[in-house]
Design a protein around this ligand. Structure first.
Ligand code: GDP
Length: 195
């Protein structure tokens, strides 16, 4: 994908209607701080358009970035803040479920996991939930630059085992610092999910 223009077109909160457009959507999920904003900014060649995830108490939103009037990158709200209230958790769940269940344009879901850590119970729940909604998520192992090269395969394996990934699931190591993995992600999107 050659990025010509990007635009944060729709911000969807708990009470908003989901956008009713006709372009394909690619969504990104992951726990707070996993590097989701950094990944989305890297994919868009922007330094800081995607914001850091909402902190506890802030409004949780789904953000739709229009790419070249061709497709949308969809930034789902992060999970896993210890201090979030039960009410906020419930709202987060409803918002995501409504989107995963209701979007007619959603072509693929990417789930981000920090390559340094084994997946958490929340990560596993999120993975299973995405699968239950009929998608086979692609895993992005973030913060690749923070790991010694000799550790990468071992951690990719830990992610596969920890999430009990379905056979054939793609895992792409990525670094927002070096941009390693960026082209692979766009190639996959271009060849498998667009057109
Ligand atoms: P989000 O909450 O998932 O949107 O995470 P952010 O993109 O805001 O990143 C959380 C923190 O991790 C920030 O301090 C980022 O600078 C840092 N970070 C994100 N991606 C990378 C990466 O690939 N490498 C390194 N070294 N740091 C990263």
């Amino acid at each position: 994908m050659v990025i010509k223009n990007v635009n944060l077109e729709t911000v969807c909160g708990i009470t908003s209607k989901l956008p009713d457009h006709t372009l394909p959507e690619i969504a990104f999920a992951g726990k707070s701080n996993v590097g989701k904003s950094s990944l989305i900014n890297a994919l868009m060649n922007r330094k800081a358009l995607a914001r850091t995830s909402a902190k506890p108490g802030k409004t949780q939103t789904i953000n739709f970035y229009n790419i070249n009037e061709e497709m949308y990158l969809v930034d789902l709200p992060g999970y896993g803040y210890a201090k979030v209230s039960e009410q906020e958790k419930a709202q987060w769940g409803k918002l995501i479920e409504r989107y995963l269940h209701g979007s007619k344009q959603l072509r693929a879901v990417f789930l981000l996991i920090d390559i340094r850590h084994d997946p958490s119970a929340n990560d596993k729940m999120m993975y299973d939930w995405i699968v239950d909604q009929g998608f086979n998520p692609i895993i992005i192992a973030t913060k690749l630059d923070k790991l010694k090269r000799s550790q990468v395969q071992k951690q990719v394996k830990a992610i596969k085992t920890g999430l009990k990934l379905l056979p054939g699931t793609v895992v792409i190591p990525f670094s927002a610092e070096t941009k390693q993995g960026r082209d692979e992600i766009w190639n996959l999107v271009d060849t498998e999910f667009l057109g």
